[in-house]
Design a protein. Structure first.
Lengths: 342, 329
């Protein structure tokens, strides 16, 4: 087993809102990320995935828990110690043009972390900048341009060059391709895979897109209302999902693939507000399996732990054994028949 | 022929630019049958949204819309008088957009906005409009419609806002709905709900839908037919199963190849090199030729037109040759 670069234990982040009880954006998350691998965190808006990422890079102080990075707890670090640790992280955001200062030339954008955290100056600095631009397959001409002159794909390459400038031990990728066109998305995914292979990079990928998560990830963590509800090998996720939410996510992801053996499951309603989480299992209010099983009481009484659910998955569901190969076992038919898919 | 609700022939949208004109839509042609869902697919700048806007005569000035024919149920849309246009747009043809939050008016309740549309497009009295508004909200699957009438848009989730947008679009009982990226801003489980709703409206009302999307998976699961746009033109059009199952145009093939499917995990994806051309700086011949992996000399000189090949229409010299050699893939 390779050493973990990052180990998150019992992470909680609460936000106070008005007079009511605090809102738990992240409600007790445990994670480890192994060197040169990708942990993909997938979930819908409000599931806490971005808050988790912001805690990891030290942009937000967690309410409780430990974040061990390279053997040392980040929680509570301040000032120079925090800045020194941050230099060992890279961060790539969803919207590249918003993440880059529009007034700076690409050269200055890529040089900034190097000037701040490395001793490189003058010719050595310029050589490193050119090397980075070359690594992300941009031409040296872009060094003279400013972000508004770049296409979305070019801007994301610049953001990636900046993120890898200091040879970080961990890069957090927050929806790195969501704002891009299809053909550009493929280019950026290829670049991320290529860089990971060449530089042995470790990624934490935050995404709502199951296809991207499956493509880039080694391990996948599915989040719902601040909790991890399933963790598994990325390759086994689609066919062996055990949590009813994961099954529904795969079922809802529109695909041109003809794998229509997956039962079509459409969840009802919206994700509940994190301020009004159902009792017991937080997924209960939208859970199709709970309905099919005749609303067992245990789901309303006790929140399931993240346990070994067979075949190496960790699953937080009292009835994970009733889900196999992405389809619910008996009792079958959907109480509300849907018009057949095209 | 008779069952076509919409016929678009050589649609062009041009913008004046530095003394000349730049065409953003360059002769798009397609037909839409009654009760049919057509997917209009393309990347940023391909002209798909302008095509949708042109159908409602909503292209902002100084954009200039021309067409050989733009016929909706026997009406020539481009020559409609203002009164006839008002009776058509928003009533018989309506449109919804990607971001419902910016399409709804933040300072009026859902009820007030629905009432305004009903007052404009029906002859119903105040009380009947209220009943109709409740019916429409229920039809799009909103729970407790009486309560929602009194809410402001910011009190609704994104999925509920998009349902309200659809209810507004349905207010005048349209025959055609143009849906421009209706689920792009929504979470995947909510997207599935909205796509189900669109299919149900087609089944229950016989509504015809043009679904503008960049997402081939969404189109594949929702549409009957699909038209792919590149640089302002349609390059391939036909039944979804044929076009996405066995694409003829190299652009369609490239797009499908660059999709992440989870089948070749951690392997490089096929990538279309370069960028789409900017309107106004198009190469001669086929606009796709500079990025096309199989382009031949003829492609750089002559522009291919849409021709029927293998049960779909394709604008590609090679697809034509393949078909006539009987070796089409």
């Amino acid at each position: 087993m390779t050493e973990p670069v990052l180990r998150v234990t019992g992470l909680v982040k609460e936000y106070r809102s008005g007079r009511g009880a605090p809102v738990r954006a992240v409600a007790g998350v445990d994670l480890t990320v192994v060197r040169a691998s990708t942990l993909a965190v997938v979930g819908e808006s409000g599931c806490g995935k971005t808050t988790l990422a912001r805690c990891v890079i030290g942009a937000v102080a967690p309410t409780a828990g430990r974040i061990e990075f390279a053997g040392r707890d980040l929680v509570g670090l301040r000032g120079a110690a925090l800045r020194a640790v941050r230099a060992r992280f890279g961060f790539v955001q969803q919207n590249p043009t918003a993440a880059l200062d529009p007034m700076l030339r690409v050269r200055e954008i890529v040089a900034e972390p190097l000037r701040t955290h490395s001793p490189l100056r003058g010719r050595a600095l310029e050589m490193r900048i050119r090397e980075l631009i070359d690594l992300v397959s941009l031409r040296p001409e872009v060094l003279e341009q400013r972000p508004p002159e770049l296409s979305g794909g070019q801007a994301q390459r610049v953001a990636i060059a900046r993120a890898i400038a200091l040879g970080p031990e961990l890069i957090v990728l927050d929806e790195p391709t969501s704002a891009l066109d299809l053909s550009v998305q493929a280019q950026i995914l290829n670049l991320l895979l290529d860089l990971q292979r060449r530089l042995s990079l470790t990624y934490v990928l935050i995404s709502h897109d199951l296809d991207v998560v499956e493509h880039l990830g080694d391990e996948v963590a599915v989040m719902y209302l601040g909790r991890i509800v399933e963790r598994a090998d990325a390759g086994a996720m689609r066919t062996e999902a055990r949590h009813p939410y994961t099954v529904a996510l795969f079922s809802a992801t529109p695909s041109v693939r003809a794998d229509t053996h997956l039962e079509r499951i459409v969840l009802r309603g919206d994700v509940p507000s994190p301020a009004r989480i159902p009792t017991g299992c937080p997924f209960r209010s939208r859970c199709w399996l709970w309905e099919r099983l005749g609303r067992p009481a245990v789901c309303a009484e006790r929140e399931p732990d993240l346990n070994e659910g067979g075949n190496g998955h960790l699953v937080a569901c009292h009835f994970a054994d009733r889900v196999a190969s992405g389809v619910a076992l008996s009792p079958a038919p959907d109480p509300e028949p849907r018009p057949p898919a095209q | 022929m008779n069952d076509a609700l919409l016929e678009v022939d050589e649609l062009r949208v041009a913008f004046a630019h530095h003394g000349g004109a730049v065409e953003a839509v360059r002769g798009a042609s397609f037909r839409l049958g009654r009760g049919e869902i057509l997917g209009l697919v393309g990347e940023t700048g391909s002209g798909k949204t302008l095509t949708g806007l042109a159908l409602l005569r909503l292209v902002p000035p100084p954009g200039r819309v021309t067409a050989r024919r733009l016929v909706f149920d026997g009406l020539e849309l481009l020559s409609l008088a203002p009164a006839a246009l008002r009776a058509t747009r928003g009533a018989r043809i309506s449109m919804i957009f990607q971001d419902p939050a910016t399409s709804l008016n933040p300072v009026f309740t859902v009820g007030a906005q629905l009432d305004a549309v009903l007052a404009a497009h029906t002859r119903l009295g105040r009380r009947e409009r209220c009943v109709r508004a409740v019916e429409r909200l229920a039809e799009v699957g909103l729970p407790d419609p009486e309560r929602i009438l009194r809410l402001y848009p910011h009190q609704l989730s994104g999925g509920m806002q998009q349902r309200v947008m659809i209810a507004l679009a349905l207010a005048g009982d349209p025959e055609l709905l143009v849906a421009d990226e209706p689920t792009t801003a929504l979470d995947v489980t909510i997207q599935a709900q909205i796509l189900d709703l669109l299919r149900r409206l087609r089944a229950e009302r016989g509504l015809s839908i043009i679904l503008i999307s960049h997402h081939l998976g969404v189109v594949s699961q929702t549409c009957d037919r699909v038209a792919l746009m590149y640089a302002g033109s349609i390059v391939e059009e036909g039944p979804v199963s044929r076009v996405l199952g066995a694409p003829s145009h190299p652009y369609t093939r490239s797009l499908l190849g660059s999709i992440v499917t989870g089948q070749r995990r951690k392997q490089p994806l096929a990538v279309l090199p370069g960028f789409g051309p900017a309107p106004g700086s198009l190469p001669p011949g086929c606009a796709f030729a500079p990025r096309c992996p199989v382009a031949i000399e003829r492609c750089r000189i002559e522009t291919p037109r849409l021709v029927a090949v293998n049960g779909r229409s394709v604008a590609c010299w090679l697809a034509e040759t393949d078909a006539s050699n009987g070796s089409a893939q």
